[in-house]
Design a protein around this ligand. Structure first.
Ligand SMILES: [Zn+2]
Length: 304
């Protein structure tokens, strides 16, 4: 049986106070959901090693890396990050950036691969923000380019929030194209400038969303023509998401992922996926939404 490579790690979950907006067990919840639904039968599982400080310096400031390593963020920095520092948070942050890089390397060989985490796009050069410690999308794309594995990377970010950290870190990189489709009236209040920003009004439904998605895919190809794609499949575009303001339903969500995967598959451009954001008090519902991208990958790459 043909399978799709997934990257995960048992140390991805983080301890958080009860009722925190970020679901502390979201990574293991998602893996359980993927097992329950039978999707994991179609997966080969891989585990990343922790990123070295020397590698993280490609996209982050040494002092900031040390603050995460040693737990010396001040209270204002922790508030901006939205997460309290813990040894587990530090450990998972060094693992997860390399998780996305490993996913990308597997996708290069196999056409597609999926990270059961990733999409920490609000992380900036020298500070964390919006639950994002290190920027896996910037780190992965820079690593692929610097190691001469690939020469043109598209970061296609469909999380409901703008990929501001990614855009800012990579603003001078002409070999990496950042595209963010996001809700205009949502975090971050002050937007960065991506190579292509598509701003959505509140309450957009599935039909309207998918139309804009298709147009944006075409625009990315016309403007850039990538050799490789990093896809942030954030599920906070869903109508029941606690932080999103759009009205995309379950069918629209999986359709979005299928459209993106099919688009690049038909052009023979390899694609690595990350789960991005998603917020709900109902952990099972949230895990089911995040499972969409894994189901879409199976539908497009194993059944077509
Ligand atoms: Zn988000």
């Amino acid at each position: 049986m043909k399978k799709i490579s997934w990257v995960t790690h048992p140390q991805y979950d983080i301890p958080l106070p009860k009722n925190h907006k970020f679901t502390s067990s979201k990574f293991s919840d998602l893996l359980s959901e993927l097992e329950k639904s039978g999707l994991s039968e179609y997966a080969n599982i891989f585990y990343p090693e922790k990123a070295a400080i020397s590698d993280l310096l490609k996209v982050h400031d040494r002092n900031y890396i040390d603050k995460i390593l040693y737990g010396t963020l001040d209270p204002a920095e922790e508030r901006r990050l939205g997460l309290k520092w813990s040894p587990e948070l530090s450990n998972r942050s060094f693992l997860a950036v390399n998780g996305t890089l490993l996913t990308a390397k597997l996708a290069m060989k196999e056409g597609v691969a999926c990270h059961v985490a990733g999409g920490t796009h609000h992380s900036h050069f020298d500070f964390g923000s919006g639950y994002c410690v290190f920027n896996d999308l910037a780190y992965t794309s820079r690593s692929l380019i610097e190691d001469k594995i690939i020469s043109k990377v598209l970061i296609f970010d469909c999380d409901v929030h703008q990929g501001d950290g990614t855009a800012k870190i990579l603003e001078k990189n002409n070999d990496i194209f950042t595209c963010s489709i996001h809700c205009k009236n949502n975090f971050p209040a002050r937007k960065a400038k991506s190579d292509l920003d598509v701003e959505l009004e509140d309450n957009l439904d599935s039909h309207q969303y998918l139309k804009i998605l298709n147009q944006t895919l075409e625009r990315c190809m016309n403007l850039f023509n990538p050799e490789f794609v990093l896809y942030d499949a954030g599920v906070d575009i869903h109508q029941n998401d606690e932080l999103g303001k759009l009205k995309v339903d379950d069918a629209g969500l999986i359709k979005r992922d299928e459209i993106v995967l099919q688009f690049f598959k038909s052009l023979s451009i390899p694609i690595a996926t990350v789960i991005g954001g998603g917020y709900s008090k109902n952990k099972i519902e949230l895990a089911k939404r995040h499972a969409s991208i894994f189901k879409a990958a199976k539908n497009i790459f194993l059944e077509n």
